[in-house]
Design a protein around this ligand. Structure first.
Ligand code: 0A1
Ligand code: ZN
Length: 868
């Protein structure tokens, strides 16, 4: 706990020291109880630094019951205990230590360590949760084999699970049951897991490439067995894909997934026993949207892929987090692209990056993908480490191509299997295996900020040469940084939109290596003045400022052969128009006339039946309010909202007939893309404000056979003050009252509504009987959704939105500091708003910092938000 006066320590990468001791083997016995849970561990210690004398073990909130070294009890006079450590003298040779601790999982609301969810025991040990179970060298470079024996009441906890393979189970004389698990793969404590409960189990099998039969089990609360099929299919696809794409085979006899209702994050890759937020497991068409299905597929894949990138090869220390996270996100993105429409997947990934990572990289909490210091590591599970980290891997992949990337990865696995390594060791392995010089590229690991690229061009008709001059600048104000190595995939379009470059790959694209601050590229034999299509496929995580393609952006929107850039052109075009329109807000010009060239291009795309419907839907969707805000000097939430809303209305009115046709043609279709297209059409129709389309939405709500359609329709109604709104909301609630994940959607829809009463709605929902601060999904569904997804009301001039958020942060600080800290970042964006709002936001940050018992988590986020 901290106060402004009593600052918590900052941990620096430069202070890294190898561990003085290693632990090679752990024999763990966990006796589960309703009052107290007893943990007995037997640890094999090895000296790692010749002169090491003191053993210093991590431990928090533990009652120490016994400490013995080499079988001899150590009296309290010979060890010291602090709130974070247990210290004692080590014998000369290798030695064994026995530790007994007692904890109360039923009181653990922070959901870190061993806790209870719906009456079941479960654990979350990443990053530093194991130290809340027992004293240990809780750091990722200490890797041990684990044998775990779980003992407890067989009626309450018929299933008792841990990492590895099952080694025995039975009844003890006292009637209690035991399960013993052996994990032969050395692992850091953060990958330890234990689950015990009265669960339902869905089982399947996977036969590996070397013909080993792996038992697959998904454990869920009873009654949810029929919602596991998609998760199981996704798991089997992931296992197959990792064999085919990377030659990686699974390495235990059993792979288990447990879905829990109370979980701080998405899921966790514990060895052989992944624990999941139930949101990323449970699905049926009636209860989960198409987006939920996609989320499940990608998170199941992500956790499974960690088995090689994260578990077999892990991080030396937490500064290396992107070693496993950036790489694994890249792998799950590749997987989802292979399973679905690759272009649409790329668009969604870039949208996520821009929505979450770009503001982070431009704000007070900006950090390189390899941070150099932290106060609380849990605050560094960020979009930068994950999403930008994945982009960095993707750039290497783009530069070396599929085959050489695979060679690099093969070498990485060969060289480092079983080790805890640094990002430098990863980069070196790829460099050697893929045969590329990454000397300059390494800067991506150390420099924060989104690079800004500007481009100019010149065409010489006489010599038929075309010149491109590209300049890079680090987005952060004090640009003293060295230039980055940036891969620029690009093509040149002729005036008819066809690719002019003939390339080996046949896709009309070439790859330029931008390595200097300003660099000139020349193209010979270019028959006509071309329009450049830059950063195809979003080949680098940069911001492209005004550039020559903007002059013919509607050509790219209509014709670019690179689908990503075709979408991107539409977004650039619309963004420009929407930002310009914000100027007219409050004047009578605000009625809105969208430029004809935009409407024409929009129509061409809307009516192009050869295009993938999911792509058409994405390209027809206007950029989101927060993205528009990013393009403005000072974010004007009301003007942005108005400009986007009135533009949607203008499109709806102009293309009413076509949109109705699209709606009708795609109604009742099973295909996910067609459903998306239909619901995009519905959005525009509803935006007209016509009564007919309120009825259409109400009707879609009533007759929907999928959650996708039901939620899409309800979202339209929730925006209105029509009586159909309350009717549908009530119906939805009573229909799904018992399904927590669906009720989360009900909270979110109301939390993000822009209607005038939204703030009141949100306050009222806070005291709704189904609301609780103890469940992270519920907090995110109301508080998180409001702060991140309701710009107009969160940023209300009254300051009420800010106050509401900081009240919740302070309440959560007491029960779940991780979740509390994650909610601080919207307030950290204060510099982007007008003076009044800045003042209001800073006042709330100061109020948070005045709290007496502030967790390190919240302290770090709030103090950096205010000062940096
Ligand atoms: N390694 C997990 C993410 C994760 C991190 C921390 C957690 O608890 C504090 C839980 C999960 C992943 O990347 O999926
Ligand atoms: Zn991960």
């Amino acid at each position: 706990m901290s106060t402004a006066a009593n600052k918590p320590a900052t941990i620096h990468l430069s202070d890294y020291q190898p561990p003085a001791f290693l632990i090679s083997d752990v024999q763990l016995t966990v006796e589960l109880g309703e009052e107290n849970t007893l943990i007995t561990s037997l640890l094999e210690f090895k000296r790692n630094a010749v002169d090491a004398r003191q053993v210093r073990l991590h431990g928090e909130n533990l009652a120490l019951k016994n400490l013995s070294v080499n079988g001899i009890p150590v009296p309290p006079t010979e060890y010291t205990l602090s709130t974070t450590e247990l210290c004692f003298l080590a014998p000369d040779d290798d030695f064994t230590v026995q530790i007994v601790t007692e904890i109360k999982p039923q009181e653990n609301t922070a959901l870190e360590g061993l806790y209870k969810s719906s009456g079941n025991f479960c654990t979350q040990c990443e990053a530093e949760g194991f130290r809340k179970i027992t004293y240990f060298l809780d750091r990722p470079d200490v890797m041990a084999t684990f044998t775990t024996t779980i003992i407890g009441d067989p009626d309450k906890y018929p299933f008792m699970l841990s990492n590895g393979n099952l080694d025995g189970q039975g009844l003890l004389h006292d009637g209690r049951q035991f399960y013993r698990w052996v994990d032969p793969h050395p692992k850091p404590a953060y990958l330890f897991a234990l689950v015990a409960g009265d669960l339902a189990c869905v089982e399947d099998e996977f036969v590996t490439m070397s013909d080993r039969r792996i038992k697959l089990q998904i454990f869920v609360e009873k009654g949810n067995e029929n919602k596991c099929a998609h998760a199981m299919t996704s798991l089997k696809k992931s296992m197959k894909w990792d064999e085919e794409k990377y030659g990686r085979e699974y390495d235990l006899d059993i792979f288990m997934i447990v879905a829990v209702g109370d979980f701080n994050m998405g899921a966790m890759e514990n060895k052989g026993l992944n624990v999941f937020n139930s949101k990323y497991v449970l699905a049926s068409t009636e209860t989960a949207t198409d987006a939920d299905y996609d989320g499940i597929e990608s998170v199941i894949a992500h956790e499974y892929f960690h088995n090689w990138t994260g578990n077999r090869i892990t991080c030396r220390d937490w500064f290396q987090l992107t070693l496993k996270e950036g790489l694994t996100v890249f792998r799950d993105q590749q997987f989802s692209a292979d399973m679905n429409s690759a272009a649409v997947k790329r668009i969604e990934d870039v949208q996520r990056l821009r929505a979450a990572q770009y503001p982070e990289d431009a704000g007070p909490l900006a950090h390189p993908i390899q941070p150099q210091s932290y106060v609380e590591i849990n605050n560094f599970y960020t979009a930068t480490v994950y999403e930008k980290g994945a982009e960095v891997i993707r750039m290497i992949h783009t530069m070396v191509g599929e085959d050489r990337f695979r060679k690099g990865m093969d070498l990485y696995f060969d060289r480092h299997d079983g080790q805890a390594v640094t990002t430098e060791e990863f980069v070196k392995a790829i460099e050697d295996g893929a045969d590329i010089d990454l000397t300059q590229f390494r800067r991506w690991y150390l420099q924060a900020g989104t690079p800004e690229i500007s481009v100019s061009d010149m065409y010489d008709g006489d010599s038929k040469t075309y010149h491109l001059t590209i300049t890079q600048k680090n987005g952060k104000a004090e640009d003293l940084s060295d230039p980055l190595h940036i891969p620029v995939r690009m093509g040149l379009l002729g005036q008819n939109g066809a690719d002019l470059l003939e390339t080996e790959t046949g896709d009309g694209s070439v790859l330029l290596d931008l390595t200097e601050k300003t660099q000139k590229f020349t193209f010979e034999n270019i028959a006509e003045k071309p329009v450049p299509s830059l950063f195809r496929g979003f080949s680098a995580p940069i911001k492209l400022s005004k550039n020559p393609s903007d002059d013919a952006i509607d050509l790219l929107f209509k014709k670019d052969s690179d689908l990503f850039n075709r979408w991107e052109a539409g977004q650039r075009l619309a963004t420009k128009i929407l930002v310009d329109l914000t100027d007219t807000f409050g004047t009578d010009k605000s009625a809105n006339n969208l430029p004809e060239y935009y409407l024409e291009a929009f129509a061409e795309l809307m009516n192009d039946h050869d295009l993938d419907p999911a792509f058409r839907a994405a390209a027809m969707t206007l950029p989101g309010e927060s993205y528009i805000g990013q393009q403005m000097q000072v974010v004007d939430v009301d003007a942005i909202h108005h400009s986007r809303k009135s533009s949607a209305k203008a499109i709806g009115l102009r293309f009413e007939k076509e949109l109705q046709e699209i709606y009708d043609r795609n109604l009742g279709q099973k295909d996910y893309g067609r459903r998306k297209l239909k619901n995009t059409a519905l959005s525009y129709l509803a935006a007209t404000g016509k009564e007919d389309y309120i009825s259409l939405s109400a009707n879609q709500y009533k007759t929907a056979t999928t959650m996708t359609d039901r939620v899409a329709a309800l979202a339209k109604l929730v925006e209105t003050d029509h009586s159909a709104r309350e009717e549908a909301l009530e119906d939805f609630y009573s229909r799904w009252e018992k399904d927590q994940l669906v009720i989360d959607k009900w909270f979110t829809l109301q939390a993000v509504s822009s209607r005038d009463k939204a703030m009141k709605d949100v306050e009222r929902l806070l005291s709704h009987s189904a609301f609780t601060l103890l469940n992270p999904n519920r907090v995110r569904s109301l508080v998180g959704a409001f702060a991140a997804g309701n710009a107009v009301h969160f940023h209300a001039k009254s300051g009420k939105g800010y106050q509401f958020l900081s009240d919740q942060i302070l309440a959560l600080n007491k029960t779940n500091p991780q979740i509390a800290a994650r909610l601080v970042s919207p307030l950290g964006q204060w510099r982007r708003y007008d003076a009044d709002r800045q003042q209001l936001m800073k006042t709330e940050l100061s109020r948070i910092l005045e709290e007496e018992n502030l967790s390190n988590h919240v302290y770090e986020m709030a103090s950096k938000s205010l000062d940096n």
